[in-house]
Ligand binder design. Sequence first.
Ligand code: SF4
Length: 165
Amino acid sequence: MPVTGTDIWYYYICPREVWMMKHQIAPDQEDEALDIGRFISETYYQRNKKEISIGNIVVDRIRKEDGQLVIGEVKKSSRYLKSAKMQLLYYLDTLREMGIDAKGELLFPEERKKETVEWTEEAKQELKQAVADIRRIARMPVPPSPKKISFCAKCAYREYCWAEE
Ligand code: SF4
């Protein structure tokens, strides 16, 4: 079962959301949080943007710096930094398996912030565990129970989890 960078991002936020996506349960398309995310990734850094696909992975930006490939991900907030870092590391690891040594950068246009991310062996081991766990979650016949976290307030699945509240 293919695991995408988006799966990795959500895994570090909420395993239940991973299950929803893997079971192709459509989120609320009218959700404001989704619209804002789309707006930011489509509007900022447009000048340098060269979205590319690597297998199941889509990278927001790609450029060269001093001869080295730099891939970038645009995020609307650094609040979920762990998720953003692991997603980017997943891309770096995929490139590495293709023989491409790249570094990453996370871009937070609303905060005018940028963070460099570099592949390490420890990160690779953590990713391997995350991928195995995502596959385990996806095979579950029912989703993991909802757990109230701050992300729920902006999650497109909140109607599924907390409709009665
Ligand atoms: S609403 Fe909360 S518990 Fe439900 S999928 Fe979203 S983040 Fe997870």
